[in-house]
Ligand binder design. Structure first.
Ligand SMILES: [Fe+2]
Ligand SMILES: [Fe+2]
Length: 268
């Protein structure tokens, strides 16, 4: 059996530092056969189309934000895990090269130079770029999620709707929701087929992303996913990451819940 850990939407530098620290410790203990970051690794807010003509467009943060990813994610992972590590390109990750080709067409031939795999030195960290719809096991593919149309507010449903169309199990990020939805087709004579869609949540700290606005609501859940891949089947497992950044896998808690006398979570 192969064990795959799938994490998503860190949106660095707007990541949840405590959750990420716990996830890195878990990766070191678990030693998966494959680690996947399924997109929106970096937020790259500054070259966003939303910031055109604002102060942020001139902030020049692509380099420094990339350094945060190398320092706070790639380097700590590589300290505890030297196995296969693949990263999908999300819609946020591609912002620098989209900006260059759309806003500076005379320099568009250089857009590969600001591909996030270069900005984040994938080669130096032994990280591989994953192809969208990469096969992860029998009847199972991975995508970031921006590749498909239509988005549901109900966790798991966006992935499930695509799974039904594609006749494959689909695991993805992008919605920032954590959930698995299943459906079965067929009949007793010819046999049944069950397909699932799995959205693996996010690992960001929404309070850091000012673009959500003050008091913004976001129907998002922190978490990540595990896939147990057999010869004939894939078993998907959701992992809820709690408000203090802790979570439980196979009965073991990573990160301690801290509560004051009132029962409220206390700050770190
Ligand atoms: Fe995202
Ligand atoms: Fe996304």
């Amino acid at each position: 059996m192969k064990r795959i850990v799938v994490i998503s939407d860190l949106q660095i530098p707007y990541h949840d530092r405590r959750a990420l620290k716990n996830v890195v410790r878990f990766i070191g203990d678990f030693q998966p056969d494959l680690l996947i970051q399924i997109g929106d690794l970096n937020d790259y807010e500054t070259p966003s189309r939303w910031n055109l003509g604002t102060k942020l467009e001139y902030a020049q943060r692509v380099k420094s934000d990339s350094e945060v990813t190398k320092r706070e994610f790639f380097a700590p992972v590589r300290e505890v895990y030297d196995g296969l590590f693949k990263v999908f390109e999300g819609n946020h990750d591609l912002r620098p090269r989209t900006y260059l080709s759309d806003k500076a067409p005379a320099l568009a031939e250089f857009s590969d130079d600001v591909h996030f795999s270069k900005l984040l030195d994938f080669d130096g960290f032994g990280v591989e770029l994953a192809e969208p719809f990469m096969k992860l096991g029998p009847g199972t593919v991975g995508i970031h999620g921006h590749e498909i149309k239509g988005m549901s507010q109900i966790a798991g449903t966006t992935a499930f709707n695509h799974a039904t169309k594609a006749n494959a199990n689909v695991i993805m990020g992008h919605t920032h929701r954590l959930g698995i939805r299943r459906g079965t087709t067929g009949n007793a004579t010819t046999g049944f087929t069950t397909r699932w869609g799995f959205e693996v949540g996010h690992l960001m700290d929404p309070s850091k992303a000012q673009y959500l606005g003050a008091g913004a609501v976001a129907n998002w859940q922190k978490g990540f996913g595990l896939l147990y891949v057999g010869n004939q089947d894939v078993s998907p497992v959701e992992v809820d990451v709690h408000r203090d950044g802790s979570f439980v896998v196979e009965g073991e808690r990573y990160g301690a819940l801290r509560r004051g006398a009132s029962g409220r979570f206390s700050a770190a």
